[in-house]
Design a protein around this ligand. Structure first.
Ligand SMILES: [Zn+2]
Length: 424
């Protein structure tokens, strides 16, 4: 089985890589459709020849690497079971302790370490590209520090969740998924609450807005939407990247609007105000709460399907992989495998919902600021600074984009402008 696994993995993965290469470098064109040529959404109207060329190369390489990495995690989880590594990990845990609350976190640690090491080259390649094209300005040591923080934060959360999960699997053979879901609800809410005050500051410094003149304009805008001043933060990103961004996160009293300092520094004030209005839109339309509700519903179905798929796979392959029960911790790679495949399969729906919310926030922002020129300018700047593709290939859009494409966003603003001019 090991030999067959290796041969088939090599054949299928090479074929997949080849198809991806053809798709990104041969079959899909760059630029915008003829109807958009010469409009504000056409990068040829706001990028130099050189920027245009770099952005095309950069997005092709990044897309290629990102899609290439997609099935790697699945292959690792499968490989861990096929080669009996899963049993080695389990035996190691049993040797150091007889308590499952030690054995399970140990298993999670070994599996996370192995996965991170195997996926590291790809991560590194993506960082290298980003530095090479002048997007990331982060030093290797700072990047490595972020990677390690990410590893340990992820580990602590997973070790906790998985230990509880296997405890439930042992106790309730048929209903573990339902109990796991019930426990996940307060946990998800708690994590969303902690994110801006505990997790995010591990990576970057958050302060109140530094530019006092701009702050006043931003807070006036926030005031219009009845958002208190302590909700607006600036984060120091300029030592890590040239790209710009802003977001809303958190929940309850920890709900925050965060603007990257790059955005504040590089955009004109009226452009920053449009970005800010977009974030206010998310806040006012309660997108974070809708998102939370969506995650809770998705978790319910995710766990339900995982329960059935786990049962079925253990019956079919458990013998070969050396475990006969779901509640055996050696089945964890199988649990991860099923979960990652399910989350991949559901991502087009999640992303479509998110793109919809983003369009709503754009519309809210333009109605609030009434300044299409600044709005279009901000999106054009965002595109140039991130060397992004205004009109990515369909696969990228449907499997990666939580925002509408820049072509769609700018086009929407332009049509808004036309409507306004006609009104006058
Ligand atoms: Zn948004």
């Amino acid at each position: 089985m090991k030999k067959r696994f290796v041969i088939w993995t090599l054949i299928l993965f090479s074929l997949y890589g080849l198809l991806l290469g053809l798709y990104f470098f041969q079959w899909t064109g760059v630029g915008v459709p003829p109807a958009y040529e010469g409009t504000a959404a056409d990068p040829a109207t706001f990028m130099t020849e050189r920027e245009l060329q770099l952005s095309q190369e950069y997005s092709r390489y990044q897309n290629f690497l990102s899609f290439l990495g997609e099935p790697l995690e699945w292959i690792i989880y499968l490989g861990v079971m096929v080669f009996g590594v899963s049993l080695v990990f389990k035996n190691f845990g049993e040797r150091i302790s007889r308590f499952s609350f030690v054995q399970i976190p140990m298993f999670v640690l070994l599996l996370s370490t192995l996965t991170s090491i195997l996926l590291f080259p790809l991560d590194y390649a993506r960082r290298w590209l980003s530095v090479e094209y002048g997007i990331s300005t982060q030093s290797f040591s700072s990047w490595m520090r972020d990677e390690l923080i990410g590893f340990w934060v992820g580990y602590v959360i997973m070790a906790l969740l998985i230990t509880v999960l296997y405890f439930l699997m042992r106790k309730f053979q048929k209903r573990w998924w339902l109990f796991a879901w019930v426990l996940m609800i307060p946990f998800l809410i708690f994590m969303m609450y902690l994110q801006p005050v505990v997790i995010d500051p591990l990576y970057n410094d958050f302060t109140e807005l530094q530019d006092k003149q701009l702050e006043e304009k931003i807070l006036t805008l926030a005031d219009e939407a009845e958002i208190p001043a302590e909700r607006v933060y600036e984060v120091n990103m300029s030592e890590k990247t040239n790209s710009m961004n802003a977001y809303v996160n958190g929940i309850g009293s920890n709900l925050r609007i965060v603007l990257w300092d790059t955005t504040l520094e590089r955009l004109q004030d009226k452009e920053v105000l449009f970005i800010m209005a977009h974030e206010i839109g998310h806040y006012v339309m309660n997108h974070l709460y809708w998102n939370l509700a969506g995650v809770i519903v998705a978790t319910f179905f995710g766990l339900y399907f995982t329960y059935h798929l786990m049962k079925w796979s253990v019956r079919k392959w458990g013998g070969k992989f050396g475990f006969s029960k779901i509640s055996d911790v050696a089945s964890l790679p199988l649990f991860y495998l099923i979960l990652t495949i399910l989350s991949f399969a559901s991502s087009p729906v999640e992303l479509a919902i998110s793109r919809n919310a983003e369009t709503d926030a754009d519309r809210y922002a333009i109605e609030m600021t009434q300044d299409p020129e600044a709005a279009i300018g901000s999106f054009q700047e965002l595109t140039v600074n991130g060397l992004s593709d205004v009109n990515p290939p369909a696969l990228v859009k449907y499997l990666r984009y939580g925002h509408p494409t820049m072509m769609e966003r700018i086009h929407m603003l332009e049509s808004y402008q036309d409507v306004e001019i006609k009104k006058e």
